[in-house]
Design a protein around this ligand. Structure first.
Ligand SMILES: [Zn+2]
Length: 90
């Protein structure tokens, strides 16, 4: 018997974000503006909430993970998924 646990953290879920409503999809793929909502390299959806001034460097964006779609309220990702830092994965 081979029981495979369902729901692995692997796989690209880029297309998962933005599928809930046209507003989010548009906000993520803006062509006439720089999207403030984007999927990070870790596959987590982030939203820029402001600018930060770092001395000697260019202003940077402050990002926060988005758990719910700001437009329609759909849950995009679970908080628990963010708790896994990926270190010590034996
Ligand atoms: Zn939405």
């Amino acid at each position: 018997m081979a029981e495979e646990p369902v729901g692995g953290a692997e796989g690209t879920e880029d297309e998962e974000f933005g599928s809930c409503c046209a507003e989010l999809k548009e906000a993520m793929s803006g062509k006439e503006f720089d999207p403030l909502i984007a999927v990070g390299e870790d596959g987590i959806l982030y939203m820029s909430v402001g600018l930060i001034d770092i001395e000697g460097e260019e202003p940077g964006m402050v990002d926060h993970p988005v758990f719910f779609c700001p437009f329609c309220g759909t849950e995009l990702q679970a908080r628990d998924e963010l708790r896994q830092d990926g270190d010590g994965n034996t």
